[in-house]
Design a protein around this ligand. Structure first.
Ligand code: TLP
Length: 345
């Protein structure tokens, strides 16, 4: 029985073309700005995002940490969703390292923050209050099931922020999924935000890395912050070379992952006891609830025994993510194995 690993799109292994680029790339010391492969990747990334400049970092977590701490000062407040990745999964880094207070607002089912609530939450000048310095959005939204934000929505929040002199950072770890799902250039989704980061190491299949993009002044400061965090990586072209190939060859195929996610969602919706709304599956993340009597942790463990790997995301919530290493045939097989387990419960 083959293993069908749906825990995350971070599991994708590099393509042959990426391995070839890694073997053949010219290298230099990136702390001196002399690694040609890193420089090429940063130029291409900035161009695709419609920003002046870009910075290669080790991970999405590092990009978010650098972005938030570059936009803020210790004691500042940032506004972000209570389901956001920065709040849930980044070890409280922005508070621990940046001394920043996280003011969360409820994320709607569609990963949005309510615009009126955002306006009301921005602090007026008062000697007692921390200064609100930044709003963070996430596109696609991981904990909201890979749902995408539209360009119009992002612009509406950026307009509010900018009218108060506040900046917006967009955690676009999967922003290419959002762009492909809406059939628009990714630069449109990123355009209004002051900074955006995206991951190479998820659906795009590169082994390592993330890019933080913004204007030249911001990226200059971010570069120094990266150095402070120990993120100055010398011959980083070894990994950047694969990143460039990822941007050139794997963006359009994300549509296939979205088709497979829809196939999975529709299949799950016809299995008695499983709760899912297939309408909410827009990209490559599928969230579903286990039958009432079966905790998600138990379900995930039993599926693991049947070689289908999933993530427990809550009491009864399970996450499955489609990606390049999983075919439509694998999805059909995963559905068979899930149905078989449910029938035996
Ligand atoms: N998300 C991972 C886990 O941390 C949950 C995953 O498997 O989905 N922003 C968003 C929206 C993310 O989903 C992730 C990774 C990150 C940032 C952090 O990226 P990395 O893992 O490169 O630090």
């Amino acid at each position: 029985m083959n293993t069908i690993d749906l825990r995350s799109d971070t599991l994708t292994l590099p393509t042959r073309e990426m391995m070839q680029a890694i073997a053949e790339t010219k290298l230099g010391d990136d702390v001196y700005g002399e690694d040609p492969a890193v420089n090429d990747l940063e130029v291409l990334s900035a161009k695709m995002m419609g920003k002046e400049s870009a910075l290669f970092t080790a991970s999405g977590t590092m990009s978010n940490l650098i972005a938030v701490t570059t936009h803020t000062h210790p004691g500042n407040e940032i506004i972000l969703g209570d389901e956001s990745h920065i709040f849930w999964y980044e070890v409280g880094g922005v508070s621990a390292v940046g001394g920043v207070v996280m003011h969360t607002l409820p994320n709607s089912e569609t990963g949005e923050l309510d615009a009126d609530m955002v306006s009301e939450t921005i602090r007026p000048k008062n000697i007692h209050y921390p200064d609100t310095a930044l709003i963070c959005l996430e596109n696609t939204h991981n904990r909201c099931g890979g749902i995408f934000l539209t360009q119009e929505y992002t612009k509406s929040i950026c307009d509010i922020a900018h009218s108060y002199g506040i900046r917006v950072h967009l955690d676009g770890a999967r922003i290419f999924n959002a762009a492909i799902a809406q059939n628009i250039p990714v630069s449109k989704l990123a355009g209004d935000a002051d900074s955006v980061c995206f991951c190479l190491s998820k659906g795009l299949s590169a082994p390592v890395g993330s890019l933080l993009c913004g204007n030249q002044e911001f990226i200059g400061a971010a570069r120094k912050r990266r150095k402070m965090l120990g993120g100055g990586m010398r011959q980083a072209g070894i990994i950047a070379a694969a990143g460039t190939v990822a941007l050139q060859t794997t963006v359009n195929r994300l549509a296939e992952d979205h088709d497979n996610a829809r196939q999975l969602a529709l299949g799950l919706s016809s299995i008695p006891g499983i709760s899912i709304n297939p309408e909410m599956v827009q990209t490559n993340i599928v969230l579903f609830e286990t039958p009432e009597a079966v905790p998600a942790a138990e379900f995930v463990k039993r599926m693991e025994e049947r070689q289908v790997r999933l993530l427990c995301f809550g009491q009864r919530l399970v996450r499955a993510v489609t990606h390049r290493m999983v075919s439509s045939h694998d999805i059909a097989e995963a559905l068979n194995r899930i149905e078989f387990l449910i029938m035996k419960l």
